[in-house]
Ligand binder design. Structure first.
Ligand code: IVH
Length: 701
């Protein structure tokens, strides 16, 4: 090598260019192996010529700088905060103020995603990164140079041959959401406390004593503002500043957009509101800035924030609040689910007082304890969730939560069988909580659909009356009230619903003639529901409406189902082993058989009526595919008709298919498949003939 020093400079520039394309533009020019080769060549040369190693060499990211970690750094210009807007009206008010101050409306705005990470300041002198600092109080931050040097999206040296003599840029360091998930997963595995959200994880990662830890975290940066540019081109617009920063190799978010007026700004906000969930990083709003730098100067700043920018905040999806208590819910199957009782907060567009904690293991891993400050998340329609505690390390914490040993509802022991994730109340349906959840499921829309029996009514009718309530009632109007009433709730099993007497409502709160009549009407209607609804309502594991319909298409009464073997059930097309085993187990439990008998005594129909006329099994042994629309019946009717005549209705053409029935606008792939396999093709008329008289003369033998 004739000029190793020259080669070092060449390799540095080459690697920088590849880093820029890979980490900033996300558009690599060469593959990893070629990149590694360049890197090793540089590292070898630098080892032989230590005097030529500069701090901004690509090899010097980790462990090179003498760490002045966390010593104070005075910012060249103070960092401001941003004023917030939370509605279109507040944006209008912001613009009106601009118009008042400028005497006209600004020509253009720039909209940018508001990144939910932590603000940092990077200083480049003569093109090399000299200092990286946190925002701190806006005037003075902390030195995090050694840590930020480990981020590949932070260039150690700016691109190009004529960097500005001094550049101070601001940006947001964040953790990618994938990186955050992954980090929490490994932390859980290592029995370490997971981070509550990506922002906390980013902040924690940047404030590490050992830069190697920072280097191992999925941190990236978006830069969004220049504080000082000395010795660079004259720029008149913020959008030009962003383009310039990008040309220097700094990572500028490509999602920013100029907008000529507030209408376009609002459209951008609306679009981001819809789309930001899908971004690979966390955002909490849109920052809107006046584009003209002259206008920015003229508008200036208040003590706290510039007048030329505003943050449109999305409704917060995460908030901090106090965890007041951890309680458990007992579900229909007895599963004990811990949930958090919270000091009320407005989050994700609603007031939240309770949030799920999923299960015992999650509480342990998140290590949330009563009295902690916690992060609560409510995103979209998802149920609110406690993410984790926010700890300073100074607080006196209560002991770790433990699953109660007894059910809060029935006091039966709560047990978690070996190897299972879920602890359960062992109290069967003597547990009021379990009974309530089951009854609610039983009478719900998807089950027996009992009109007039909503959650509140179910709750009331499954609760025992308190002694005080009883004494009170007795004193007032109901002298004859018997002690039995407080010993037992009105409903102790789904069957009891069908034995309710109007008299039990007389002295209960919230029942009027109309609601009683409504409920009794609903109960009467429920006696005549098709059998599949009853099967679903019974809450047999794995049996949903689909499975229930398949079973009741084969077996038309509860007796037949109860007599069917597991093999019989599993042989039903679409049912399978899991459902079959579950149904069999349920039917083998004498309590359940008793329940069915009692439902029958209560007048509940335990069989579907026989089909009116006997349908001949003209399609026995045939397997049909229908494509396109038929004149005489819709999709479901076609399916039912084929099934009723002993045939199979399948969705794709194969070697087993007996015929393809073709209606209007058929699927091209089915047709060509059938042609390829020489499957007989029938039109609607031929299909009707087949239904009527079977395959003879219509299909080949
Ligand atoms: S500009 C004077 N642009 O939001 C204006 N800030 O609430 C300075 N932030 O401390 C900020 N994304 O940490 C700006 N595209 C963006 C931003 C952004 C996130 C943060 C920044 C700032 C905070 C203000």
């Amino acid at each position: 090598m004739s000029d190793p020093i020259g080669r070092i400079a060449e390799l540095q520039a080459e690697i920088r260019r590849h880093d820029y394309h890979y980490y900033v533009l996300d558009d690599p020019l060469i593959d990893d192996a070629d990149y590694d080769r360049l890197w090793r060549e540089l590292a070898d040369l630098e080892e032989k010529h230590p005097d030529s190693v500069t701090l901004d060499s690509p090899t010097q990211r980790v462990g090179a700088a003498v760490s002045e970690l966390f010593s104070p750094v005075q910012h060249l210009r103070p960092l401001f905060s941003l004023d917030n807007a939370v509605s279109g009206t507040e944006l209008d008010a912001w613009e009106q103020r601009l118009v008042r101050l400028l005497g006209r409306s600004p020509e253009e705005y720039v909209c940018e995603p508001k990144i939910d990470g932590l603000a940092v300041v990077l200083t480049y002198r003569e093109g090399s990164l000299t200092v990286a600092a946190t925002r701190g109080n806006g005037a003075v931050g902390e030195d995090i140079t050694a840590n930020l040097r480990t981020l590949y999206s932070v260039p150690l040296r700016l691109l190009g041959n004529h960097p500005p003599s001094l550049l101070e840029v601001r940006g947001e360091v964040y953790m990618t959401l994938d990186g955050f998930e992954e980090l929490n997963r490994t932390r859980r595995e290592a029995e370490q406390r997971p981070f509550a959200n990506a922002r906390n994880a980013a902040a924690g990662s940047v404030r590490q004593k050992d830069p190697r830890v920072t280097a191992s975290r999925a941190l990236e940066i978006w830069v969004y503002q220049a504080g000082v540019i000395r010795g660079g081109p004259t720029l008149r617009r913020h959008s030009d500043v962003l383009a310039y920063l990008r040309s220097l190799g700094l990572r500028v978010n490509p999602k920013h957009k100029t907008a000529p007026g507030l209408e376009e700004v609002k459209a951008y906000v609306k679009q981001m509101l819809d789309e930001h969930h899908a971004l690979p990083y966390q955002t909490d709003g849109v920052v809107i800035k006046v584009d003209s730098l002259a206008d920015q100067d003229e508008l200036g700043a208040t003590a706290r924030a510039p007048r030329w920018a505003v943050a449109y905040k999305f409704p917060p999806q995460e908030r901090e609040t106090t965890l007041l208590d951890i309680r458990i819910n007992i579900g229909r199957t007895g599963a004990a689910t811990p949930f958090a009782v919270l000091e009320e907060v407005f989050v994700g567009g609603a007031n939240v007082k309770m949030a799920t904690l999923h299960n015992e293991e999650q509480v342990r891993l998140k290590d949330v304890r009563v009295g902690d400050r916690v992060v609560v998340r409510r995103a979209g329609d998802v149920i609110p969730e406690v993410m984790g505690p926010v700890l300073t390390g100074e607080e006196d914490r209560s002991p770790p939560w433990e699953m109660p040993s007894r059910c809060p509802s029935c006091e039966s022991p709560i047990e978690r069988p070996e190897g299972e994730a879920v602890a359960r109340c062992t109290g069967d349906l003597t547990c009021p909580s379990r009974l309530r959840e089951w009854l609610f499921h039983f009478s719900s829309r998807g089950g027996m659909d009992i009109d007039g029996l909503g959650y509140k009514k179910v709750k009331q009718l499954t609760e025992k009356m308190s002694k005080d309530q009883f004494e009170d009632l007795k004193k007032k109007e109901f002298k004859e009230l018997s002690m039995e009433l407080i010993a037992n709730p009105a409903i102790r099993s789904p069957a009891d619903i069908f034995f309710l007497e109007p008299s039990i409502f007389e002295w209960r709160k919230g029942w009027r003639d109309k609601s009683i009549r409504n409920l009794l009407g609903g109960i009467e209607a429920a006696r005549h529901r098709p059998l599949w609804r009853l099967l679903v309502a019974l809450g047999i594991r794995h049996v949903g409406p689909g499975g229930a319909r398949l079973i009741t298409a084969r077996y038309r009464s509860m007796d037949q189902i109860a007599d069917a073997t597991r093999e019989d059930l599993a042989a039903i097309d679409g049912v399978g082993e899991t459902i079959a085993r579950s149904v069999r187990e349920w039917m083998d439990d004498p309590d359940n058989r008793e329940l069915i008998a009692k439902l029958g005594q209560g007048g509940v129909s335990l069989a579907d009526p026989e089909p009116e006329s006997h349908v001949p099994p003209t399609l026995a042994g045939l397997s049909l595919v229908v494509t396109g629309g038929l004149q005489s019946m819709n999709r479901e009717a076609i399916r039912q008709t084929i099934l009723a005549r002993g045939g199979r209705s399948v969705s794709s053409v194969s070697g087993q298919t007996s015929a393809l029935v073709v209606g209007a606008s058929p699927g091209a792939s089915k047709l060509s498949k059938a042609e390829q396999l020489r499957t007989p093709i029938l039109n609607e008329e031929q299909f009707l003939a087949l239904l009527e008289s079977g395959p003879a003369g219509i299909l080949p033998n």
